[in-house]
Design a protein. Structure first.
Length: 257
């Protein structure tokens, strides 16, 4: 894979915090966190995962395990030492793999709107995931983007956010997007969660219709001593829907390092 693009606005910050975005998004989805964590004296770093945003994809294989390994290479280049890792949805799956494979590179783990295994729980979720899988292969990324945008930001007041999601997903490399979807479909960390010994916080949006809080409870039950926060009036993109509550929860969690 090619070089991972990143934003590192406070390289002199006290502690590095790496933020990993969801499927089809890019590092810009963490803008509310970049500002807040910089003001708090930390070193927030956002990345565009391969094939998304400004990070190209070389077409030689997109896997969760490989992406986690490339992130370690990036952190070595940036000389961050062990980091706090915050991952949302796809980013949360990559973060789990990172925690399992590279525990020495981790100080705190925050898993957001993500899962240990992707198994729809009701007819609505089955329909949504089947529809997404079919559309991305038959009709392309733009059609997929419109479905995802409506699901993640359903409110009448969220039209601007929906347009942004459509633009971001439409700009993804279709090969990377499809490969990432397949990787998510086969991912299953349930038997490995007990190996995550680093302090972990799981954050759910109370109204998440993509990955339900019940599905995220599997992470809480499987990771030793994991803490759990459910943020009200928030959906899958909880870091945007309720960014102030989200930021407060994460800052409190990492403040005792």
């Amino acid at each position: 894979m090619a070089t991972i693009e990143y934003v590192d606005p406070e390289p002199a910050g006290a502690k590095a915090i790496l933020f990993l975005h969801g499927l089809g998004a890019d590092g810009s989805s963490w803008l509310p966190q970049l500002q807040a964590f910089s003001r708090a004296g930390y070193r927030p770093i956002t990345v565009d995962l391969p094939g998304f945003g400004n990070s190209p994809y070389d077409g030689r294989g997109w896997t969760i395990k490989r992406v986690a390994s490339e992130l370690v290479e990036l952190l070595d280049e940036l000389k961050t030492g062990a980091v706090c890792l915050v991952g949302l949805s796809l980013g949360g799956v990559v973060a789990q793999q990172f925690a399992i494979d590279f525990p020495a590179m981790l100080q705190r783990l925050v898993l957001v709107s993500t899962f240990a295994v992707l198994r729809p729980e009701n007819l609505s979720q089955w329909s949504y995931f089947i529809q997404r899988a079919a559309i991305v292969h038959l009709l392309g990324i733009k059609a997929q983007a419109e479905i995802v945008a409506g699901r993640v930001f359903p409110g009448d007041h969220q039209e601007t956010l929906r347009r942004m999601v459509i633009e971001k997903i439409s700009g993804s490399d279709p090969r990377a997007y499809r490969a990432a979807m397949r990787s998510l479909g086969i991912f299953d960390s349930r038997r490995k969660l007990a190996r995550i010994k680093v302090p972990t916080l799981v954050i759910s949006g109370e109204e998440d219709s993509t990955v339900s809080p019940a599905r995220q409870q599997v992470l809480v039950d499987g990771i030793p001593n994991a803490r759990y926060v459910v943020i009200p009036n928030a959906g899958h993109a909880v870091n945007i829907d309720q960014h102030e509550m989200f930021n407060q929860a994460v800052l409190e969690f990492i403040s005792n390092i």
